[in-house]
Structures are given as structure tokens and as C-alpha cells.
Design a protein around this ligand. Structure first.
Ligand SMILES: [Zn+2]
Ligand SMILES: [Zn+2]
Length: 286
């Protein structure tokens, strides 16, 4: 099953009289949207009680909640103290997944900083494996939970498609988040045709296999970029920047993929998620 949903609460969610995120699953279901991402990008700011209630609502309405971990995580930072913090942010994300009945924890792995690319990649790899070992050694529930490293939009960040696939090949707990807005920034706007999408999924099948590729996590939004990469997220009504969703929808159908697709538009995440759902449903009829 392909699921569509917003990251966070759209303007229309509030315009239609809703007040708290606990109301989101029922509202989303009424629209046909069965995924919801909660971003803790600037830190974990939700009480355990609220998370439990939101998790119950999500389960009741068949909405799958994913969690976005804080942006402060940086597994390529040479400081051991920083690694302890990054580890705690990831562990707390899994705790929230358990409260929210979710499966996918989206993580920005690292930034290159002053290091050589290969050194930053090696340190990220070592610390990611250490993170997984520690999680397994702790008593945290990892059943049906996945850490989903995200492809990033700036060259200074760790997370090209190749890099993310290499990381995800290391362990069963790792499934990729393909952020096609970001990938579009890094490639100067390539993602407007079926071939560009096929290339990513072909590589994915080859490197991480069928299960992880079919069940990948996807972020989709239009993003303005410069030579250095990502500048800002836009809404679907923007006519200058990509990526285009139709060829992705066609590829998902052709390859029989079952991803969760989260819309990260600037203001109209739910509206644009609905546009994607409609495009996908229409293409599927043909
Ligand atoms: Zn992200
Ligand atoms: Zn993203």
C-alpha cells in the first residue's frame, strides 16, 4: 500500500477548525491521507501523554506516523560528547515511535564540516554502527522500527543517494528516506522524467534489495536551490523549481513500490499530498 500524508499541520487543517495534532489522524483519514510525519527538527517538544494519545488516534484511524529526528544530530562531528548527544536524539526518536505506533525515524546523519569527504563518511559509518549496537544492547523495543537516513539537499551535508544506499546496506534496521526535493537540488533539476527516478530505484534494488526498496520512505516537495544546493521549500504552485511528481508516481506503479510519501511543502503540505494522491490514483487507472 502506498501512503500519502503531510509533514506537520497544514494551513487548511487549522482553517477547518482543528486545534491540536491529536486531531490530525482523524482529519487526515477523512481526506484519504494515511500517513503523518511529526517533525522534532528543533527538539523533542511533545509530552509522553500527548504522544500516547496521538498514537492511539493514529492506530484507530489507520494512519501511520513517522518521526523526524532533531536536526542537531551529526555523526561526523569528531567530538565524543557530540556523539553521545546524537545517540540520545536517535534513541529518543525510537521511544517516540513506540509511543506513536510508528515505524520510520527519519534522520539527517551528518555534515562534512572541515573533514575530507571520505573521513566524514567513515566516521559516520562507525558511529552509525555503534548507535545500532547500543540500541540493540538497550532494552528499547525495535520491533518493526526502522531508522531512515535521508538524502540531503546541500553538498556540505552527508547524504547523496549513493551514500545513503551504502549506509542502508550495512544493517537491517536501516531503510532509506529518498527526499526527491533534495536530490533535485543536488542534480540541478534532473527529476522531471521517469529515467531519473528509475535510476535511483534501480540502484536501490541492486544495493539494498527488494524489501527495503519497496518499503522506502519518501519526502517530496519543490525546493529552490543554488549552486550550493537547497535554499528553501516551496509549494506545488511554484512554476520554476522541480521536482515533478508524475514521473515518480509512474515509476512507483511500474516498479510496484509501496513507499510512505510525505509532503514537505512550505505551507500546503496536506493540500499538496492530496494532489499527489490524485495524480497517483489517476495514473493507476490507466
Ligand atoms: Zn529531513
Ligand atoms: Zn526531507
Amino acid at each position: 500500500m502506498v501512503r500519502f500524508g503531510p509533514s506537520g499541520n497544514s494551513k487548511i487543517f487549522y482553517d477547518e477548525g482543528n486545534k491540536t495534532s491529536i486531531q490530525a489522524p482523524q482529519w487526515l483519514k477523512s481526506k484519504g491521507l494515511l500517513a503523518y510525519e511529526y517533525s522534532f527538527g528543533r527538539g523533542y517538544n511533545m509530552s509522553k501523554e500527548t504522544a500516547l494519545k496521538l498514537g492511539e488516534e493514529a492506530e484507530k484511524n489507520g494512519v501511520e506516523v513517522s518521526v523526524h529526528a532533531p536536526f542537531y544530530i551529526n555523526l561526523a562531528n569528531p567530538s565524543d560528547e557530540m556523539f553521545e548527544k546524537s545517540y540520545m536524539y536517535i534513541k529518543a526518536g525510537i521511544d517516540y515511535l513506540n509511543l506513536l505506533n510508528g515505524k520510520h525515524l527519519v534522520v539527517h546523519l551528518a555534515t562534512q564540516g572541515k573533514m575530507q569527504r571520505c573521513d566524514a563518511l567513515n566516521l559516520t559509518k562507525t558511529r552509525l554502527l555503534e548507535t545500532l549496537k547500543r540500541l540493540r544492547d538497550s532494552n528499547i523495543n525495535l520491533d518493526n522500527k526502522y531508522i531512515c537516513p535521508e538524502t540531503m539537499g546541500k553538498f556540505s551535508q552527508i547524504g547523496s543517494a549513493e551514500e545513503i544506499l551504502d549506509f542502508c546496506a550495512m544493517d537491517d534496521l536501516l531503510i532509506p528516506t529518498f527526499d526527491f526535493g533534495h536530490l533535485n537540488c543536488l542534480t540541478g533539476g534532473r527529476f522531471n522524467n521517469v529515467e531519473a527516478y528509475r535510476e535511483i530505484f534501480d540502484k536501490s534494488f541492486e544495493k539494498i534489495g527488494e524489501f527495503k526498496t519497496k518499503n522506502c520512505h519518501i519526502h517530496f516537495s519543490k525546493i529552490e536551490y543554488s549552486a550550493k544546493g537547497e535554499i528553501r521549500h516551496l509549494d506545488f504552485d511554484d512554476e520554476i523549481f522541480g521536482p515533478e511528481f508524475e514521473p515518480l508516481a509512474q515509476t512507483i506503479i511500474d516498479y510496484k513500490l509501496e513507499p510512505t510519501i510525505i509532503c514537505e511543502s512550505a505551507n500546503f503540505m496536506a493540500e499538496d499530498a492530496l494532489k499527489m494522491l490524485n495524480i497517483y490514483e489517476n495514473l493507476k487507472k490507466h
